[in-house]
Each structure stands twice: as structure tokens, then as C-alpha cells.
Design a protein around this ligand. Structure first.
Ligand code: ZN
Ligand code: ZN
Length: 111
């Protein structure tokens, strides 16, 4: 995960949103295991919402691979096979796939 990457983020309202990574910082937290303290290292990701469908602008989240999904290098529509653009095209809030600007295709419509 690098600054400037575009990711699909599964937000806390249980919809998918497109975000751009603006900062990745290390973070340590202390976890108590019984009577012992253990330091746990994790990454905290700061990001900017890039979809106009949300009013939120920025977010921070402990990095978890199940919440962040990188968009494929050369995405294309499953239906019309047209190339999609991870930077400009919208993300379907329900399935997290890029919505095809030609036919509106996403995973929800896939048979
Ligand atoms: Zn299409
Ligand atoms: Zn969808």
C-alpha cells in the first residue's frame, strides 16, 4: 500500500467507497494477553474519499486487508469488455466494483 494508490474501502456504513491513500503510518498498540503486555504493530491508513457519492472527505483506518481492496491494474467491464478507469469511474456502493460508464454494469448485474 502506497501513497497515491486508489483502493476500494468497505466503510463502516457497509457500503463500498473509492478512496485515495494520502498517508500510511506505523502504529503500536499494547495488547494485554493475560498478565503480559504485548506490542502490536499495525499500519494506520489516512485516505481521502474520491467518490462524489459521499459527503465525507477524509478518513483514517487501521489497515485490514478485508476492508481495503486494490483495484485491478487494467480493469474492464465484464459485460461490454470496455476498459474502465479506476481514477474517474464510480464504485458501486453495494458490490465495490467499478460501474461501467457505458452500460452501468457491475458485479450486481453479473449473472
Ligand atoms: Zn460495460
Ligand atoms: Zn454493484
Amino acid at each position: 500500500m502506497r501513497v497515491g494508490d486508489i483502493y476500494v474501502f468497505y466503510d463502516h456504513d457497509e457500503t463500498y467507497k473509492k478512496v485515495k491513500i494520502i498517508n500510511v503510518r506505523g502504529y503500536e498498540q499494547i495488547e494485554m494477553t493475560g498478565i503480559q503486555e504485548k506490542y502490536v504493530e499495525a499500519d494506520v491508513v489516512d485516505f481521502e474519499y474520491t467518490d462524489s457519492s459521499t459527503r465525507k472527505k477524509y478518513g483514517s483506518e487501521l489497515y485490514q486487508s478485508k476492508r481495503f481492496r486494490k483495484i485491478d491494474r487494467e480493469p474492464h467491464c465484464w459485460s461490454c469488455k470496455d476498459n474502465l478507469n479506476e481514477k474517474t469511474d464510480h464504485i458501486c456502493p453495494t458490490c465495490g466494483w467499478i460501474v461501467c460508464p457505458n452500460d452501468g454494469g457491475c458485479k450486481c448485474d453479473k449473472p
